[in-house]
Design a protein around this ligand. Sequence first.
Ligand code: GLC
Length: 426
Amino acid sequence: MTTDQTALRNLAIEVLKENDQGSYTVPTKGLYPFQWNWDSCLTALGQAHFDEARAWTEIETLFAHQWPDGMVPHIVFHVYSDGYFPGPDVWGTNRPTATSGITQPAVAGFAVRRLFERASDRALAERKARELLPKIDKWHDWFYRNRDPEGEGLVAILHPWEAGRDNSVDWDEAFERVPTEGIAPYTRRDTEHADPSHRPTKAQYDRYLWLVEKFRSLGWDNARLHDASPFQVIDPGFNAILIRACADLADLADVLGETGIAAANRARAEKGVAALDALWSDKHGLYLCKDRTTGQLVESASLGGLLPAFSAIPVQRAAAIARTIERWSEAVPFIIPSQDPADPRFEPKRYWRGPVWLVTNYMIADGLAAIGEHGVAAHITRSSLDLITKSGFAEYYDPITAEPCGGGRFTWTAAMVLEFLDAARA
Ligand code: GLC
């Protein structure tokens, strides 16, 4: 490592330690004061670079709050804080420790396999992986039972926050069908911590809350939510993460001799990869979302359509995604923007409608490197590290100016830096 790289590594570790609450890590102080699902799983990959035991604890804590039906919630409200809205009272999920009632990208299966493979404490890794394996399998089963009722091989998200790409252009059309009448009056807290012009609009927020209130009125009964939701979107990115997690969990289960779990997850992954192909768009060189309520593909070229590179899609599709990223990179100096820069709806500073996130960069680079697209993967890694060097450990970045946006001293950004430094060395 060069001196600069060592300095970056030390800073990343400092951010991770600073946001560590003992058994879970907050994404950043102020804006996000609780535990978030996919943040924690990706954070653990960073923690493993300096404390393997602590990395396992991060994921274990998340799964300690898995619902009896198998769902793993998107937020666990471990402590009281009035700095975040919507808090536990709005969700009303009646869990022993308050949680939200929706889920997030199922990155745990991937993260646990990676932790297991790299672990130097083999005995600890085997014990922890054995404990987590059935829980993750139960979550995967929950997805296909509750979010793919017709068994098509792809799951729907019922709330934009489930995708992790909160206010992407992808949801605009389907969101029009979500009403706003009758929601309880509320005060947002996010706009006190971050620039309001970068955050979702009020019209979007009203709809986020309408969905939460609707699901709460159904007692968060997951057997009923899918069909009752006016918002059912098949996001290729979300599905690709789940498919990759199923495939990784299958491999891990094989190593641990859990043949039943291995077979079930391999079947899910294979069916998912085959079904994903119906979402491919030659015109955009990526996959598109599908609105399950209308059966139509959504005309929006976004990061969600590039993320399938993270799963075992056909090599020619992944290669086409690499070319799309190269094309986008001619329009913006820093990659990967969350929306096609040529799209008139591209906004370089507004949440998930243009900015760059290091977590999605990481997953896409990982997939592209695996199929031999080393040039583009290295470009993504370089761009990610350039952003950090120029602008620090922000939540996300403007792909044109590299301006740091959203929360600062951000946990998963720091975790990804530790991963990218490794990739850059390799
Ligand atoms: C925002 C992001 C989401 C993330 C959360 C915590 O809501 O859109 O993906 O999990 O912040 O970092």
